[in-house]
Write a protein of this length. Structure first.
Length: 251
């Protein structure tokens, strides 16, 4: 849990400044073309800086954003206030969602906001998605494409972000049944060697089969699988993403 707090804390906007609004707009536009969102109460779990929430509101949804990071929620409030938005922003743990059962028509987990914990905890998160989603409601899981990541398992890079120099080293940890992507992030001043931050990000690298099984066990039925934010079909070797649209079964 400690890496989650550090990675999604004060350094996140510096390490990931390139997460722009265009890809959020593209995904929300594709979703709204696939399924009308107008008037529907929507929960974005792991909303971060809130870039999807504004687009969901423009599509007519009634969004609510949840994140554990007070730092990112503060940025999300700036986005909301600048846009003149009215959506709620809630600080909470995705493993124990602070909402009544069946209180949303749509639940989303976008830009790999999943796979941070143990497999048991990840299954508990899926059950929480199902609990707060109304029967027949839509769930959207946007995740890494495992096959493409495994095709290039290691990566070393250095770049400048503002006044800082970011070093990243990505490896694959294969000691468990399901591999994990491990990325070490080191932050230094642009000119200097002082280490300002040094931490790892660790994400379980689920494939399509594992995720569809996990969702089915929680009460979801997969109905579409995209490989890009424009709704293109998932192609394991080449797709940028793995986006699974599911319906919550009535149990």
């Amino acid at each position: 849990m400690s890496w989650v707090r550090q990675a999604f804390g004060a350094w996140y906007p510096t390490v990931y400044p390139h997460r722009d609004d265009r890809e959020a707009a593209r995904l929300v536009r594709t979703l709204s073309d696939s399924e009308p969102l107008a008037g529907r109460r929507l929960l974005d779990v792991g909303c971060g800086e809130g870039r999807h929430l504004r687009r969901f509101r423009e599509a007519g949804a009634r969004p609510v954003g949840l994140d554990l990071s007070s730092t990112l929620l503060a940025e999300a409030r700036k986005v909301r206030d600048t846009a003149g938005g009215d959506w709620a922003l809630i600080r909470g743990d995705m493993r124990r969602l602070p909402f009544h059962s069946r209180s949303f028509a749509v639940v989303t987990s976008l830009f790999t906001s999943f796979g941070y914990f143990t497999p048991e905890e990840d299954r508990a998160i899926a059950r929480e998605w199902a609990r707060v989603l109304a029967a027949g409601g839509l769930h959207v899981l946007d995740f890494l494409n495992r096959e493409k990541v495994l095709a290039h398992p290691t990566h070393d890079g250095e770049r400048v972000s503002g006044a800082y120099r970011i070093q990243e080293r990505r490896t694959i940890e294969t000691g468990e049944d399901v591999p994990r992507v491990v990325k070490r992030v080191v932050v230094r001043p642009e000119s200097g060697e002082e280490i300002l931050a040094d931490y790892e990000e660790r994400v379980t690298l689920y494939g399509r089969t594992e995720l569809e099984t996990l969702l089915a066990e929680a009460g979801f039925s997969a109905r579409e699988v995209w490989g890009e934010y424009d709704g293109s079909p998932h192609r394991p070797a080449v797709s940028s993403r793995l986006v699974i649209l599911s319906t919550r079964e009535d149990r």
